[in-house]
Design a binder for this molecule. Structure first.
Ligand code: CAA
Length: 445
């Protein structure tokens, strides 16, 4: 059967930077290590005054189309994943198509457009939709454009404010892809949860500590479901594990849980048994509390073993490079984790064709998905062309007072005017609102 997966990727970061240890820590009277060591974050990306989810998504998509020499006729569907939409009816994909139609002679009237919502997992769900559409043979030779775009803002003073971020990832999903093939096997962990939600409001209501527990519980379910679907989970089968990364500290916890789960009943558990014993099994304990305490003690020991440290340094750490510099991008977050790992592989001359990634996506509310991806011939040419490192370096570094103005500018209720911090060049920009309060955009050379 033909391979289907990610053929090309482009990333667009918001053009402003908020330095967490340098700029925010002194104002909030926090130890800089809270950000860099605790959360694992150095900076957040923010949209400039002329940017929003549409411009970031359209700019990533336009770059991708230009680089691949595509025209609208090559694209059969455009799905936008976001949890930052500003309209309950008209999807962001129509705005992005409208932007792209300003720069191409052809239009996208033939393309099926939609908007996917399930918190941060919607980007992966859109990949799945595109995969199914192609596998079903409904694509008529065309590819799908998936755009994950978010402005992840929290109310000022919310603990989540430290994890903010903004950016977009555009991905082309095709037959015979050049980056990764997606596995048929998928695992889900899904439950009705109220850990993080936005009931008709821009900024989330969050139960932060609970959201972390729900993330881990749903991921574990998804891993088990993936195994039940026939998916392999032995750590040696995977080179990288890109997970949804709200902040790297969350992935530090998820990595330990995943390692414990995937070494159970394997040669690795046997090898470690001499040093830290075998993993506690629930049926060996009289009650749940005693079992959980034993698990906690085992995880503490596991964390300090050489095997775990080496696995984490090789498999997980390389996925966090971009996230540390940009913060949470919600729907795009797991997709920058994949890109970050593949950039690391290019930098370290790793032969990756045929190697596998175990991808863990998560959305609050809540659902996790685990699937595998196999790296394809041509992956390195695609990844080498990413300009995200340069974009990150070129961001305008905000003062705290400027950050407050930027937060207000992107607050849907405030609608404040603000001059740009950066000069737009060869990009789509937000120009204002029309008669029906629709947003308007133009391409600036
Ligand atoms: N030096 C080193 N480490 C420090 C430190 C210091 N000076 N001060 C604190 N730390 C450590 C803490 O020990 C803690 O690490 P551990 O959990 O490993 O012990 C870490 O820094 C964070 O500290 P706190 O737990 O005290 O942080 P907090 O309560 O201020 O906020 C948060 C953390 C609850 C996650 C908050 O940022 C938040 O609400 N974020 C939004 C929700 C979120 O991202 N949830 C994640 C799961 S849900 C999801 O993934 C969906 C999504 O994208 C939103």
């Amino acid at each position: 059967m033909t391979a289907v997966g990610i053929d090309a990727v482009e990333i667009w970061t918001g053009k402003l930077k908020l330095d967490l240890p340098e700029t925010v820590a002194p104002i909030k009277d926090k130890d800089p290590d809270y950000y860099t060591k605790g959360l694992g974050l150095y900076a957040s990306s923010f949209p400039d005054a002329h940017e929003d989810i549409v411009t970031m998504g359209a700019n990533a998509a336009y770059r991708l189309m230009e680089r691949k020499g595509l025209t609208p006729d090559d694209i059969g569907r455009i799905d936008v994943a976001t949890e930052s939409a500003f309209d309950n009816s008209k999807p962001v994909s129509t705005y992005i198509a409208g932007c792209l139609e300003q720069v191409y002679d052809e239009d996208f009237h033939h393309a099926n457009k939609g908007e996917r919502k399930f918190a941060c997992i919607a980007g992966t769900q859109s990949l799945d939709d595109a995969y199914n559409w192609i596998k079903a043979g409904r694509n008529r030779g065309r590819s799908a454009l998936v755009v994950a775009t978010d402005t992840a803002l929290y109310a000022r003073g919310d603990p989540g404010e430290a994890t903010q971020g903004a950016g977009a990832v555009a991905m082309l999903i095709s037959e015979d892809p050049s980056i990764v093939e997606l596995s048929t096997e998928q695992g889900y962990g899904s439950a009705d949860e109220t850990d993080f939600l936005k009931p008709n409001q821009q900024f989330p209501s969050v139960d932060g500590k609970r959201s972390m527990q729900v993330y881990l519980a749903r991921m574990r379910e998804a891993l088990e479901d993936f195994e039940n679907a026939g998916g392999e989970t032995h750590p040696d089968d995977y080179v990288f594990g890109p997970y949804h990364t709200p902040f790297p500290g969350m992935v530090r916890k998820a990595g330990l849980f995943a390692f414990r789960h995937t070494i159970r009943d394997t040669d690795i558990e046997d090898e470690l048994a001499a040093k830290i014993g075998r993993q506690p099994r629930e049926d060996e304990y009289d009650d749940r509390e005693a079992y959980e305490e034993a698990i906690r003690a085992y995880m503490d020991d596991l964390k300090s073993t050489e095997q775990y440290r080496e696995w984490y340094a090789n498999t997980i750490e390389p996925t966090l490079g971009i996230s540390r510099e940009v913060g949470n991008w919600y729907t795009g977050s797991v997709h920058i984790a994949r890109a970050s790992a593949l950039q690391y592989a290019v930098e370290n001359d790793m032969g990756m064709v045929g190697k596998k990634l175990l991808v863990g996506s998560y959305g609050s509310g809540a659902q996790a998905e685990i699937h595998a991806e196999t790296v394809q011939d041509g992956w390195d040419e695609e990844i080498t062309q990413l300009s995200i490192d340069e974009q990150i370096r070129n961001r305008h570094n905000l003062t705290y007072e400027e950050y407050e103005l930027v937060h207000d500018r992107h607050n849907h209720d405030k609608r404040v005017e603000l001059d740009d911090f950066t000069e737009p060049e060869n990009e789509f920009v937000f120009t204002g609102r029309g008669e029906m309060d629709e947003r308007t955009y133009e391409y600036v050379e």
